[in-house]
Design a protein around this ligand. Structure first.
Ligand code: 8YV
Length: 312
């Protein structure tokens, strides 16, 4: 009997994959010599897929996998997966919430602190021997600042908790007011106007596309700092580059970008930004927990058990 195929679209921990070989033949989409030929010959045997929230389901696969039954997203964000499309075809979608929230919150604070205190510039200053010629210029302090969080979900709440420990004032924007002791702003621009640092922690996708636009960036102002640990799509990247260039935005700490891993030269060359390569969840412990959750969901699906973290 032909075994069901698990199609792996994005990088995934090899040891976690080996567990899934009990239930599936595993095929790595990225190493297929002839994907069109694979889909024509074997597409009907693919019942499961591992992808992430940026890659989603490859366009070539969309009408070529008639028996696809489950898509496991290795990440909390599933913006590139068209969930209504999956639901209409009876395809289950799962993600990896909670296990990564604290790591992402850590990186949000790390980027905020690094941008305020100019950590990369200070590091270069020492390495390049510039310290011998005089002291490093004074920076702005982070503690006591006003922290505006865009999206007070699981990750946003942990960012707030960490920011609180730095004696900051906390405000947030989201679809609705929550029962929390932080100031609510129904409008992102108003939050940006109030805040010293705007931390973006909202899901990506259509609903939040360029939610932080030119007006919000201008409102944040020449001393303002933007931090993004969500998705590049949530911020108007071109407007952000303009504002950093002309000084109408003070600084930025960015883990995510519009077209990653392609980061525009204007950002790579900008002195006012701290850049990290989408590493917010990238610790050994968290990536292990995420992989376990993906495996758990797929194993449960293969056995007809309720999914651990269903999206639809
Ligand atoms: C991962 C992420 O980098 O969870 C998310 O939405 O963007 C990150 O945790 C990504 O999913 C890696 O597969």
């Amino acid at each position: 009997m032909t075994r069901p195929i698990l199609l792996v679209v994005t990088p995934f921990a090899p040891d976690a994959l080996s567990v899934l070989r009990d239930d599936f033949d595993v095929v790595d989409w990225r190493t297929l010599a002839d994907p069109v030929d694979f889909l024509a010959r074997q597409g009907g045997h693919v019942t499961a897929m591992i992808t992430n929230g940026m890659a989603g389901v490859p366009a070539a696969c969309r009408d070529a996998l008639p028996n696809l039954a489950v898509i496991a997203c290795n990440g909390v964000g599933y913006d590139a997966i068209v969930v209504p499309w999956a639901t209409a075809r009876g395809i289950r979608v799962t993600n990896t919430p909670d296990v990564l929230s604290a790591d992402v919150a850590d990186v949000a604070l790390m980027l905020a602190l690094a941008a305020f205190r100019r950590l990369p510039q200070a590091d270069r200053f020492v390495r390049e021997g510039q310290w011998l010629t005089g002291p490093f210029p004074l920076a702005r302090r982070f503690w006591g600042s006003r922290v505006g969080i865009v999206g007070l979900g699981r990750i946003g709440r942990l960012i707030a908790r960490r920011a609180h420990a730095f004696d900051t004032e906390i405000g947030y924007n989201g679809r609705s007011r929550q029962d929390v002791p932080y100031a609510y702003f129904a409008d992102v621009r108003a939050l940006a106007e109030w805040a010293d640092v705007l931390i973006v922690a909202t899901p990506g996708g259509h609903g939040t596309h360029k939610l932080v636009g030119r007006d919000a960036l201008q409102a944040l102002g020449p001393d303002g700092v933007l931090v993004n640990v969500a998705r590049g799509s949530v911020v108007d990247q071109a407007a952000m580059i303009d504002a950093l260039r002309d000084g109408s935005l003070g600084a930025a700490g960015l883990d995510v970008f519009e077209d990653e891993p392609d980061v525009p030269a204007a950002l790579r060359e900008c002195e006012r930004v701290v850049l990290t390569p989408h590493i917010a969840s990238a610790t050994m412990q968290t990536r292990h927990a995420m992989a376990q959750l993906v495996v758990d969901n797929l194993s449960r699906h293969a056995r007809g058990l309720p999914l651990a973290t269903p999206v639809n």
